[in-house]
Write a protein that binds this ligand. Structure first.
Ligand code: 8GP
Length: 829
């Protein structure tokens, strides 16, 4: 590396200061020191990754300082803490976010500039931890940020997958998956804690006996054991606290099996180590669909047991009684993935800590709270009794015991056999299995859904029997997003404009955005607002061109559909719309069609054929449209590969229109919808998930609503939905659908998209055909509004001005008051 300034400053600066400071000079000195002492690099040979790491370590020092201070404060106040159990996290890149939280972005930029280095280039070096699939994992990370900011004593527990969500490539229009190597270049944010490690057992059998004191005893004699080691990553709050995300890595208890080693079989000795480490190798890439795989259950139990043992250690270490566990900790179950925790805590209390069942149960059911994230039947976890009994024999016994006691309670309340069979933790209808949502519900003091609509449906449908039995247990906490990341970090231009107008207070109180309302008619403000959007669109266009080779005019309407690919999210409804426009343009009918770029992004589960076919379809439509001389200046279709947090941060700020078009009653909440609106995109959406509440907040005149409501969807289904009828009656729809099997999209292959075509015409489980016309009509209206820039700008400003409710700070405050009963302890400088 040729860099005179960097060289010149090097030695003098690293000698300069020892103290952790936040000024430009101190940051510069620390950075140079890290480069030299931690990485052993001189400027001449430093790689981009070295520079990134040196800066990351510089920032991490400051992050740990906040964490240590917060921990001391929490301990002193003896505050009640949250343990957030989540099998998934999607933190996104840490560096930019931590700079914002420490309020040192400008100082750092300046410090680097003096060394002829560019902060933005260094930021681009970071590989994000893809430790989740989508909404649920990202929500966990938004909540970590808000808990840190608000000063909620918390630890986020999870799994340190060596390979996170796969990297998506597009080859010949199809998705192909590549291993995610996020740890390949090292992870400067984490610290391993080898002394915080717990033994985890699997398999074997149990022995029961009565001891000399007449106490019933059970011992679990496993057939394999391994250990989980803690890896800590500090998560900073804005201007204040820091908390820890503690992820567990599986390892062999000893690296070598010495008995085998001593007889000379070196390879066999190492094999055990490798087998143990397999447990946390890879994240299951299924979103909203359970895989039922043995390794997945092992992962779940593994991280749950490590976390509970850790919580018990913390409780006892602070001189508190185990009997008071529920007073000092509340454990939030992020979906059912950690729900085996109910049985594991019982096992730890009863078998290992010799507590009476009744006392242990009292603690358990006052410790856990459960968040449900989905109503889709195929996503509701259940484990076959055979598998569970084989891997966790003691837990199966405990689950049966919990169930017996629960069913007895129902009997006493005169429940009939049918009701009891419905509510039982054990499903005997097909292959006997454990219903994890029931286990979580019975074992928790609160159960919540993630939007008003979803929580209502949870009470009315999936868990209705339980809601009748324990109405006070059920509540709603509408999701929220980390606006500091999704506006503060990712949209610096808009953030600056907003701060200039109303000050910076919105960073800690998003409701402050209301103050923008009074500028919504101000022409100068509107102009600045839309200029920023255009700049952001230019950036996205450049990014897309680099990634896909497709060039897009930034002046087009950017109509964006990014999220996991799933039939219920109806990416293919969007495709039908595009094809209808294409047809019209080809027929010379271009009234009310404004030049539009349709931008898609999202991963399909590798085993989900229909979702993968939808990706192929999008790319095929792109090939057709983008290369057609007659329409290519009017319509563009781009599929941006490998949608993740890093890319999301480029996409949301550049969107004009946010597609939230799932079939009503299917999307629990959605959080992308919030991130789009926060960046001034207008939503076209159904009355699904949090769309309902977004529309309430921003006003129906600033939201493009279409399609059936949940009740109407159910009615359609009940009346015997016949999609073919819509095909017959609607000529344009018929032409568009027939295009799928015309060969025009697939080099003459008429069979390629037939599975989609047949599915839509025969079953259409997500009622695309029924909602089609309403969607098309709404899009016409959208294009009309887009033609009036002033009107569009006003709606965009009003969306941002009224989005305050959807900050994850609000969600976490809701959790604190309605569920956790925790008063935040904010530490400020
Ligand atoms: C998602 C829901 O689909 C989404 O509506 C909601 O906004 C989000 O959770 C956060 O609450 N659910 C999942 O991501 C999900 O179930 N993922 C499974 C892979 C675990």
């Amino acid at each position: 590396r040729e860099n005179k300034k960097l060289e010149k400053h090097f030695l003098s600066q690293i000698e300069n200061t020892e103290k952790i400071g936040f000024s430009k000079e101190e940051i510069k000195a620390s950075f140079l020191k890290k480069l030299f002492y931690n990485l052993g690099r001189v400027p001449q040979v430093a790689t981009e990754n070295d520079l990134y790491k040196a800066l990351a370590l510089t920032v991490r020092d400051r992050a740990f300082r906040q964490f240590v201070r917060s921990t001391a404060e929490f301990a002193q106040k003896d505050a009640r803490a949250v343990a957030y159990l989540s099998a998934e996290y999607l933190p996104g890149p840490h560096l930019g976010k931590n700079l914002l939280n420490l309020e040192i972005t400008d100082e750092t930029r300046e410090a680097l500039k003096e060394l002829d280095l560019d902060l933005d280039e260094i930021l681009r070096e970071e590989v994000e931890p893809g430790l989740g699939n989508g909404g649920l994992g990202r929500l966990a990370s938004c909540y970590m940020d808000s808990m840190a900011t608000l000063g909620v004593p918390a630890i986020g527990y999870g799994i340190r997958y060596e390979f996170g969500i796969f990297n998506q490539n597009i080859k010949n229009g199809w998705q192909s998956e590549e291993t995610d190597l996020w740890l390949h270049y090292g992870n400067p944010w984490e610290v391993v804690r080898p002394e915080i490690a717990y033994e985890i057992k699997f398999g074997g059998r149990t022995e029961h006996w009565v001891d000399e004191n007449d106490k019933y005893q059970v011992e679990w004699i496993p057939d394999s054991e391994l250990k989980g080691t803690a890896y800590d990553t500090p998560i900073l709050g804005y201007q204040s606290n820091g908390i820890i995300m503690r992820l567990w890595k599986a390892e062999a208890i000893e690296s070598f099996d010495f008995s085998v080693y001593n007889v000379g079989d070196y390879y066999k000795a190492v094999e055990k180590k490798m087998r143990s480490e397999n447990l946390t190798k890879v994240l299951y890439p299924n979103d909203e669909n359970l895989s039922g795989k043995e390794l997945r259950l092992k992962q779940q139990y593994f991280f749950v047991s490590c976390s509970l043992q850790d919580i018990i250690r913390l409780q006892l270490m602070q001189g508190r009684k185990l009997e008071d566990l529920h007073k000092k900790f509340t454990i939030q179950l992020n979906d059912t993935h950690p729900s085996i925790a109910v049985a594991e805590l019982m096992r730890l209390l009863v078998d290992e800590h010799q507590m009476e069942w009744v006392d242990a149960w009292n603690i358990t059911k006052n410790t856990f709270a459960y968040t449900n994230h989905t109503l889709l039947p195929e996503a509701l976890e259940r484990w076959s009794v055979g598998l569970l009994g084989r891997l966790l024999p003691r837990h199966l016994e405990i689950i049966y015991e919990i169930n017996n006691r629960f069913l007895n309670e129902l009997k006493e309340r005169n429940y009939n056999g049918e009701q009891m069979a419905r509510m039982s933790l054990i499903d005997e209808s097909g292959e006997t299995s454990v219903r994890m949502a029931h286990l979580a519900t019975v074992g928790s003091y609160k159960v919540n859904g993630v939007s008003a609509l979803h929580s209502g449906l949870l009470k009315k449908q999936v868990l209705n029997d339980f809601a009748d039995l324990w109405p006070e247990k059920f509540t709603n906490v509408t999701n929220g997003v980390d606006h500091r990341r999704f506006l503060g970090v990712s949209n610096p231009r808009l953030s600056e404009l907003i701060s200039k107008k109303i000050g910076k207070h919105w960073l800690t109180d998003l409701m402050q955005l209301h103050q923008l309302e009074k500028f919504s008619d101000d022409k100068t403000f509107q102009k600045k607002w839309m200029e920023i959007k255009l700049q952001n669109k230019k950036e996205l266009a450049a990014h897309m061109e680099e990634r896909t080779g497709i060039s897009v005019d930034p002046k087009m309407l950017f109509d964006v559909h990014v999220k996991r690919i799933h039939e219920y999210k109806r990416q293919h409804l969007k495709v039908l719309h595009i094809l209808s426009l294409y047809k019209r343009l080809k027929n010379g009918d271009d009234k009310n069609i404004v030049p539009t770029a349709f931008i898609f992004g999202g991963k399909a589960a590798p085993g989900y054929f229909m979702a993968k076919l939808i990706i192929k379809l999008i790319n095929s439509v792109g090939d057709l449209v983008n290369n057609d001389e007659q329409v290519k200046d009017r319509l563009k279709v781009v599929f941006l590969p490998n949608f993740n947090v890093k890319q999301a941060q480029v996409v949301y700020p550049a969107a004009d229109l946010s597609e939230q078009i799932s079939l009503a009653g299917k999307e629990a909440s959605g959080t992308g919808n919030m991130k789009f609106a926060l960046n001034g995109a207008l939503t076209v959406g159904t009355l699904d998930g949090a769309n309902v509440e977004i529309r309430e907040e921003v006003g129906d005149e600033n939201f493009f609503l279409f399609g059936q409501s949940t009740e109407e969807v159910q009615k359609t289904r009940a009346e015997g939905y016949r999609p073919y009828k819509y095909y017959e009656q609607n000529e344009e729809l018929r032409e568009v659908l027939d295009l799928l099997i015309s060969g025009e999209l697939s080099d003459g292959d008429k069979e390629l998209f037939r599975p989609l075509y047949n599915n839509l015409l025969q079953q259409d489980p997500y009622q695309l055909l029924k909602d089609y016309q309403s969607y098309i009509d709404k899009q016409e209206e959208i294009h009309k509004v887009w033609s009036k820039p002033g009107e569009w700008a006003k709606k965009s400003i009003l969306n941002v001005a009224n989005i305050g409710k959807f900050s994850s700070d609000r969600s976490i405050k809701d959790y604190c008051t309605t569920i956790w009963k925790i008063d935040p302890v904010r530490v400020e400088d």
